[in-house]
Design a protein around this ligand. Structure first.
Ligand code: GLU
Length: 509
């Protein structure tokens, strides 16, 4: 019988969650949902030196904004808690003791100074089977001496005793089998007496086991740790229930070579964090996708395709579609270039598909801020809808739709020159009468009536329509003229045409 799929996202709260971490969370979530499994959020905070206040809240808020749901975690609770490693000390201590008792680990007293000295003396020193015999540890010292030092309060670490010369196989669902020789590994520190906390490796393995994790999906930067993890499972006797590994490809710089960094974002003007981050120490502010005006669904779609493909040419996929299509087989081994312009494109596409009501909700605070006035939500939504094809972000809406909320105070000089001739004021006067006589201002109807009038008078269509637009908008820009006049109150349209007649100086005949 197949076990229930259980995956975890296991960030360390050492700063703002990086966009690569968000992608890891997303792939875990998609995999869990696809397979009817559980998604765990585990906070790996055993490195007290790197703890950053606010980072855990930031992680929670980011996942919530993006719609990456968590089944078990610090906030959500669950049957396998606690979900924060700093609250699991006793569990780790028990497991460390078990390894010590079984002779799979040992106690080492070497001070940082002693280690520095031997590193200086022995080229490429590594604490392992070839060197541990000359160090100060429980393998080289009599048991009563070890006990005496511990009782005297001497600080120590527990190291994993790795047998040399063995082939260690990591079976990775994305990379296939990775084989390394155990001799290249050092006797990793698993536990430190100084703070009574385990290191990442021990805590991670113990928790994955106890939380019955079936698949470890994480970034490629953790691949070098995987052989050690395999050996730890073995040392605990848990090989049979060892999770499957899947190491995701790196996110690469948009241009040039190497890993995506915050500097690339700063240089090219895109965020590398989901939400704006205010660094508690330096006060530095880093921009976030949310604050830049990205829609969460666009960020999700964009990230999903950085390192995975659906196996067909679908591009726009919402969360449900991603869940339906996601699999680890279509994750790539090679790094994914962080094509941030594609992210902008996705945002545009999602803006286009947003229901008018949500578009209006995004635009309303901007309108309020720019005008200091309250407008009808439906009016705001429809105005945004008329210009959405021309924007990538909600923040661009104002530049396109400002005229719906304020009459022009000046008229674009080059358009005036081109479109406002000596008899334009007279024709605009006639247009006012035509507009006043229309019963139904809906776009198609008004268009037909106005165009019929232009034709019957033998006027130049382009000149009349552009002068009309100039009067209402202030320049020759904006959506279809009769969509504008359908939405804008007729009195306002007429008032603007009147004002233009008065204010635009007639050119010399
Ligand atoms: N705490 C590690 C991190 O910050 C977890 C790595 C893993 O998923 O094993 O990414």
């Amino acid at each position: 019988m197949n076990k229930k799929v259980r995956v975890r996202f296991a960030p360390s709260p050492t700063g703002p969650l990086h966009i690569g971490g968000v992608r890891t969370a997303l792939y875990n979530y998609l995999f869990a949902r696809k397979n009817g499994g559980d998604m765990i959020l585990r906070i790996e905070d055993t490195d007290s030196n790197r703890f950053v206040p606010g980072a855990e809240d930031y992680i929670n808020e980011s996942l919530k904004w993006l719609g990456i749901g968590i089944d078990e975690g610090v906030r959500e609770g669950g049957a396998y808690g606690p979900y924060k490693q700093s609250e699991r000390r006793d569990i780790y201590r028990r497991h460390v003791d078990q390894l010590l008792k079984d002779g799979k680990a040992y106690i080492a007293f070497d001070t940082p100074e002693e280690l520095a000295a031997i590193r200086a003396e022995v080229p490429n020193f590594q604490y392992d089977a070839s060197t541990r015999g000359r160090m100060r540890n429980s393998l080289t010292m009599p048991a009563d001496e070890v006990q005496r030092l511990i009782d005297a309060g001497e600080q120590y670490v527990v190291r994993f005793k790795i047998d040399p010369g063995r082939e260690v196989r990591v079976n990775d669902l994305i990379r296939g089998e990775v084989v390394i020789n155990s001799s290249v590994l050092d006797d990793k520190v698993l536990y430190k007496s100084v703070d009574g906390l385990p290191t990442y490796h021990l805590a991670n393995i113990v928790d994955d086991h106890l939380m019955e994790v079936t698949h470890v999906i994480r970034g490629e930067e953790w691949l070098p740790s995987a052989p050690l993890h395999v050996l730890l499972y073995e040392a605990f006797g848990w090989t049979d229930t060892m999770p499957r590994f899947a190491h995701l490809p790196l996110l690469l710089k948009p241009v040039g070579n190497g890993k995506l960094s915050k500097r690339d974002g700063d240089k090219l003007g895109f965020p590398v964090f989901p939400l704006e981050w205010h660094d508690p120490k330096s006060g530095e502010v880093s921009s976030g996708y949310r604050e830049k005006g990205y829609l969460p669904e666009a960020v999700i779609n964009f990230l999903a395709l950085l390192g995975w493909n659906p196996g067909d040419d679908s591009e726009l996929m919402d969360m449900q579609q991603l869940i339906a299509k996601f699999d680890l087989e279509h994750c790539s081994k090679s790094g994914a270039k962080f094509d941030y312009q594609k992210g902008t494109w996705f945002n545009h596409e999602y803006m286009m598909r947003l229901p008018d009501e949500r578009l209006g909700e995004l635009f309303m605070p901007i309108v309020r801020e720019k005008t200091g006035k309250e407008f009808d939500p439906e009016y705001v939504a429809r105005a945004a809808s008329l210009v959405k094809g021309r924007v990538n972000f909600a923040g661009d809406l104002w530049d396109q739709a400002d005229f719906f909320f304020k009459a022009p105070t000046e008229y674009a000089a080059k358009d005036v020159k081109k479109r406002w001739s000596a008899d334009t004021p007279r024709i605009m006067g006639e247009l006012i009468e035509v507009l006043e006589g229309i019963d139904d201002m809906s776009s198609a109807n008004a268009e037909k009536i106005v165009l019929d009038w232009i034709a019957s008078k033998g006027y130049h269509l382009g000149n009349v329509m552009n002068a009309f637009r100039l009067a209402v908008v202030g320049a020759c820009r904006g959506p279809h003229m009769f969509d504008i006049t359908e939405l804008m109150p007729r009195e306002e349209v007429i008032a603007r045409v009147r004002r233009a007649i008065e204010q635009i100086p007639a050119p010399e005949a």
